[in-house]
Design a protein around this ligand. Structure first.
Ligand code: CMP
Length: 150
């Protein structure tokens, strides 16, 4: 894993939907507290059960969330991961594997919590995405519903 220059982060952050509600000044703050990191294809960026120390936003490349239960989930540029362990103060809930070279913005847990507390637009965007994930996980396959009604 390689850490890239901080000044490279800002232009890449402008296109990230998670940051769409932030003012240019708030976006600069995010770029200041974040680090741009390069993970080679095949690397585990986070591992199930590890303590959570950072939150990540995919800037380039693709990754896979590999859970104990449920199908793997694809992540692309603009997606984020690693929020659950930091919000819950709990171990990582899944592996996240770079399926090709991934450039990601990493934000440490202290800075992440500070952003959650101070930037309502950021917090709202995280909350919306987490709710969408819960909704997606709860979409029961037809056969499960059929079994319940028998
Ligand atoms: P965290 O638990 O910190 O580390 C693994 C990450 O995988 C997790 O945060 C989420 O970002 C992501 N993840 C885990 N489970 C799901 C899910 N059901 N849907 C989408 N993303 C998930």
């Amino acid at each position: 894993m390689q850490t890239l220059e901080r000044r490279e982060a800002l232009p890449a952050l402008r296109g990230v939907p998670l940051f769409a509600g932030l003012t240019p000044q708030q976006l600069r703050r995010v770029a200041e507290v974040g680090r741009v990191k390069l993970f080679r294809a095949g690397t585990a960026i986070v591992r199930l059960g590890d303590p959570g120390d950072s939150f990540y936003v995919v800037l380039d490349g693709n990754a896979l969330v590999v859970r104990e239960n449920g199908r793997p989930l694809k992540l692309h540029a603009g997606d984020f991961f690693g929020e659950l362990a930091l919000i819950e103060n709990a171990p990582r809930s899944a592996d996240v594997i770079a399926t090709d070279d991934v450039t990601a913005l990493s934000i440490g847990h202290t800075a992440f919590r500070r952003l959650l507390r101070s930037e309502a637009a950021f917090t709202h965007a995280i909350l919306k995405a987490v709710v969408a994930r819960v909704r997606n996980d709860q979409r029961a396959p037809r056969w499960q519903l059929d079994n319940l009604t028998r």
